[in-house]
Write a protein of this length. Structure first.
Length: 455
């Protein structure tokens, strides 16, 4: 516990050096000095009838007291005594650091948070020369390192898109799809419309295109495969693919028996942005793709066959910037239209990065972490070295800032009137002694602030 006190002449008390106080730490005892090796440990045990061994119920790590002797280097004045008294007369625990000049690496690496306890004595020769003997109570069973900050981990780069939805529509057992209108039946062939203008959608209106790192345009792109019915009598909509905010606001690519449309829907009002003539055959499979960039460039493509490897039949493109919020994706069609293989790609806002935190203390370290979320979404930090325990926030907003005290389990956010405890999985960070391998998922900037604890 106390390793270098008796070796150390110099010290810092609550930010003031012993040189400023005109005193030094000294030993006045004869023989070899003794130090407390570890904090006191109090064990509560029990014994079961018929058994000889003890069973541990509780292990308590107690704080401790220690004595020091501070000698005045020269004759002291009444003011010198008053300065020291005011410093020691604290209503809270203050830091005390001893400086071991023989070991530069640990010179200022042990901090005790102390308060004056019991009696204190001034011993002198009536010529204003002497020393004070003080008894300190330590706040903690441990000593501490200085406060330290890690490097800033910048994982804010977004350089690629990733598949965020890939569903064959063979079933809706997991309720991926919600019904806007009409109805569908699900089978191995896909989702079959059983009513006019049936529409289903998926997503939570959080997908959006972005300008990635190095000004790379990363679009939001949806793709779906449609098979037309055996008869087109009485049918109008043979398939449509939507990038939507809600039921009344969306961009849509739609095919009829003779035309391909690119449409906007604003507050429920449909307006054709552009169109092209295209004959659509019965009982035939087509694939539609619809993409949107952060600058409002809309591109719709129509292919023959089950994916984009078929023949490109038509391309429509235009620009519209009226809808900029987070999006979901919808698909639909009239009776008998079969929809399958919906794929959505979006900017990858959850890249994975590996970092290392080395705990040089003797017991677990619970750091403060300061977070800036880049792009809305989740943040996950998995401690692979600690059984894969995951620290996770969900649904954070773009540019939201968080301060998390893992020691005291306090979470603060930069958002007004917002509390993030319900967005957190409850696993606060704790780093064991040695190397902790961490896997970070999410676009984020963060750093740690911490102290090591020593036995």
């Amino acid at each position: 516990m106390i390793i270098i006190i008796r070796n150390s002449t110099n010290f810092i008390l609550n930010g003031i050096t012993n040189k400023e106080l005109k005193i030094i730490n000294c030993n006045i005892d004869t023989g070899m000095p003794s130090e407390q090796f570890m904090h006191p440990i109090e064990l509560t045990t029990t014994q079961i009838k018929g058994r000889d061994e003890l069973y541990l119920q509780y292990k308590k790590k107690n704080t401790f007291n220690f004595n020091v002797t501070f000698a005045f280097e020269n004759t002291f004045t009444n003011n010198d005594l008053r300065v020291l008294k005011r410093l020691l007369n604290s209503e809270y625990f203050i830091p005390l650091q001893f400086i071991d000049e023989s070991d530069e690496q640990t010179a200022l690496n042990y901090i005790y948070y102390i308060m004056l306890s019991d009696e204190s004595t001034l011993t002198h020769n009536c010529l204003n020369q002497g020393y004070v003997t003080l008894n300190f109570l330590s706040k903690s069973p441990y000593s501490f390192s200085n406060f330290m900050e890690s490097q800033l981990y910048d994982f804010s780069s977004i350089t690629e898109t990733t598949i965020i939805l890939n569903d064959s529509l063979s079933s809706n057992a997991n309720n991926i799809w919600k019904t806007q209108s009409g109805s569908f039946t699900y089978s191995v062939s896909g989702a079959t419309s059983t009513a006019l203008n049936s529409i289903i959608y998926s997503g939570d209106s959080v997908w959006k295109p972005l300008i990635g790192s190095n000004n790379i345009s990363l679009p939001l792109t949806a793709q779906a495969t449609f098979t037309t019915p055996n008869s087109l009598t009485g049918l109008t909509i043979l398939g449509h693919l939507d990038i939507r905010i809600d039921n009344n606001n969306m961009y849509r690519c739609e095919i009829t028996n003779s035309t391909m449309y690119l449409t906007k829907v604003i507050s429920g009002v449909h307006t054709d942005l552009t169109s092209v003539s295209q004959t659509i055959s019965i009982n035939t499979t087509y694939t539609i793709t619809l993409s949107l960039t952060s600058t409002g460039i809309l591109t719709a493509k129509l292919y023959s066959g089950v994916d984009t490897s078929g023949t490109l039949l038509q391309t429509l493109t235009t620009t519209n910037t009226l809808l900029t919020s987070g999006f979901s994706v919808g698909v639909g069609g009239d009776i008998g239209v079969i929809i399958k293989n919906v794929i959505v790609t979006a900017p990858n806002t959850s890249p994975q990065n590996d970092i290392e935190f080395v705990n040089f203390g003797d017991v677990e370290c619970k750091p403060e972490i300061y977070i800036e979320k880049i792009g809305g979404g989740d943040l996950s930090i998995v401690n692979i070295s600690n059984s894969g325990v995951e620290f996770k926030f969900t649904g954070l907003l773009d540019e939201e800032e968080l301060e998390v005290s893992n020691e005291y389990e306090i979470i603060k956010t930069s958002l007004i009137n917002t509390y993030r405890y319900n967005s957190f999985n409850g696993n606060f960070l704790s780093f064991d002694y040695g190397v902790n391998n961490l896997k970070v998922t999410g676009t984020v900037k963060f750093y740690f602030k911490y102290q090591f604890k020593y036995l």
